[in-house]
Design a protein around this ligand. Structure first.
Ligand code: ZN
Length: 290
């Protein structure tokens, strides 16, 4: 039943770009994000999928983890008590493990693939958005951490057997040259998808007009993807509520904190300047900020 409702809502959003579906959650989200009449927004009942349609791209944020998740404050080092109070994050910072799907007339592109553990929601969510694993065209990867590539593999087999997988050359090279005890999953992924792997440079324009931008710091080749008004920012943020206001705080996972801060600051300004909609792989629902 829910799938039917999702499909109906997807159809509705595709068919009438200038009216909002009659759904109070959608209205609330639209209001919260100050969406214009030209945008369409849809969120499913569990708040695990949120779709937006702007300028011919339909982009869906898909939460991969089944339950809501807070990141612990200790992940971000010493956060002053006054700041914790003023931001209301004493119980942790709302987060998620997520992926993003872009759909346009000619292709479906998945950005990152989640953790791939039992109970993860990615494949059922893709299904509800009309995308089967076997027919997915392309996967664009922001970086090669396990919570982004785990979902590409299951029991040593490809989950997306016909997809081309795109990775920044800087990211690929860095992981392939790491010590053996640090890159086992990345090497297994590289072997499995060797025949379907495309390595790109920063500033390359990839199929369907997506531009790959340099966001190094979190990892050596961490990439932000720009598709029209959308900016898919990968792991620029692990604690949105803290780091949007204070980009100087790094999560423990940032491999090169100095460049991670620079990249975060750079893309916050860039998004403001261009009026972009940011989607992040560790954003809480609705998965985007405008
Ligand atoms: Zn991550």
């Amino acid at each position: 039943m829910r799938y039917f409702m999702l499909l109906a809502a997807a159809f509705l959003s595709a068919a009438c770009q200038h009216s909002q579906p009659e759904n109070s959650v959608v209205d609330a989200v639209a209001k919260q994000q100050e969406c214009t009449a030209a945008d369409t927004v849809y969120m499913n009942a569990d708040s695990t999928i949120c779709s937006l349609k702007i300028d011919g791209y339909k982009v869906s944020w898909i939460r991969d983890n089944a339950s809501r998740k807070n990141n612990e404050l200790k992940l971000f080092g010493e956060v002053p008590a006054g700041l914790i109070d003023s931001l209301g994050i004493a119980n942790g910072i709302p987060s998620s493990m997520s992926a993003v799907l872009l759909q346009c007339d000619t292709a479906n592109v998945l950005f990152d693939a989640g953790l791939g553990m039992p109970g993860c929601l990615l494949l059922s969510s893709l299904d509800s958005l009309g995308v089967k694993a076997e027919t997915l065209d392309r996967v664009y990867l922001t970086h090669l951490h396990p919570d982004h590539i785990g979902g590409l593999m299951a029991n040593g087999q490809k989950v997306f057997p016909n997809a081309k997988v795109y990775v920044a050359k800087a990211e690929y090279d860095a992981w392939m040259n790491m010590p053996e005890d640090k890159n086992q999953m990345q090497v297994a992924f590289a072997k499995l998808y060797a025949d379907n792997m495309v390595l790109f440079e920063f500033n390359d324009t990839l199929p369907v007009g997506v531009v790959a931008l340099d966001a190094k710091g979190h990892t050596p080749g961490h990439t932000v993807f720009e598709a029209g008004k959308f900016l898919i920012v990968g792991d620029l943020f692990h604690g949105l509520a803290l780091q949007m206001a204070h980009p100087e705080f790094c999560a423990f996972y940032d491999m090169d904190p100095e460049n991670a801060v620079k990249s975060r600051e750079k893309f916050i300004s860039y998004a403001k300047e261009k009026g972009s909609v940011m989607l992040g792989m560790h954003f809480p629902e609705p998965g985007f900020v405008k």
